[in-house]
Write a protein that binds this ligand. Structure first.
Ligand code: URA
Ligand code: SF4
Length: 204
């Protein structure tokens, strides 16, 4: 299967998923969206009110801020893959429960495998905890971590940064560093590729 087909299949499975209790209260599941060959994957927490209405990630106030952050590094939301650690809205925007996170994890894992992004940006603590357990975001935000061969950069959740004015410049600075991190991974991947076969030179 191509990466596109895997993403479509995941979205199809999510649309009828009953693996955890969150399916009872969802209006629309939010599998995530973006190109299958995205360099950056942004992983949030879970759908909120507007996301549940529309079936799309980050379409409310934090989505607008996210779009501004992307624009600051020359990107549009269509350039990145945007997903969440749970695909259905927790009622009243409560925290996702450990069982719900565990039930939903295989969908996100398959999306990550298919996209093979150069950088994963976690937005908020539940997304960070998936890759870097027991960390404190205020200490490690913006620092790239190597997790199972992937580069993971934890960042504040845009909703938190919107409500906490002193975090806003921090998430802006963390975003500003993404292009250099992507370039570094690109270089590393190129270096890891096997050298091209030497051409057979036949002189006679
Ligand atoms: N907050 C999130 O974490 N995810 C969304 O999709 C929207 C808001
Ligand atoms: Fe299934 Fe994930 Fe929705 Fe739970 S949150 S019902 S595991 S898609």
């Amino acid at each position: 299967m191509t990466p596109e087909e895997i993403l479509q299949q995941v979205a199809q499975e999510v649309s009828v998923c009953t693996r955890c209790p969150l399916h009872h209260s969802r209006k629309n599941p939010v599998p995530g969206e973006g190109p299958a060959d995205a360099d950056i994957m942004l992983i949030g927490e879970g759908p909120g009110f507007h996301e549940n209405e529309q079936g799309r990630p980050f379409v409310g106030a934090s989505g607008r801020f996210l779009e501004q952050l992307l624009a600051s590094i020359g990107l549009k939301r269509e350039d990145v893959f945007i997903a969440n650690v749970v695909k259905c809205r927790p009622p009243g925007n409560r925290d996702p429960q450990p069982e719900e996170l565990a039930a939903c994890a295989p969908y996100l894992d398959r999306q990550i495998e298919a996209i093979n992004p150069k950088v994963i940006v976690t937005l908020g603590r539940f997304s960070m905890a998936k890759f870097i357990p027991n960390a404190r975001i205020s200490r490690i935000h913006g620092q790239p971590h190597r997790v199972e061969g992937r580069l993971v950069v934890p960042m504040f959740h845009p909703a938190a940064a919107l409500h906490q004015p002193r975090w806003r410049p921090l998430i802006e600075e963390d975003f500003a560093r993404l292009p250099e991190l992507i370039a570094a991974v690109e270089k590393e991947r190129l270096a890891a590729e096997p050298p091209p076969e030497p051409k057979q030179l036949s002189l006679f």
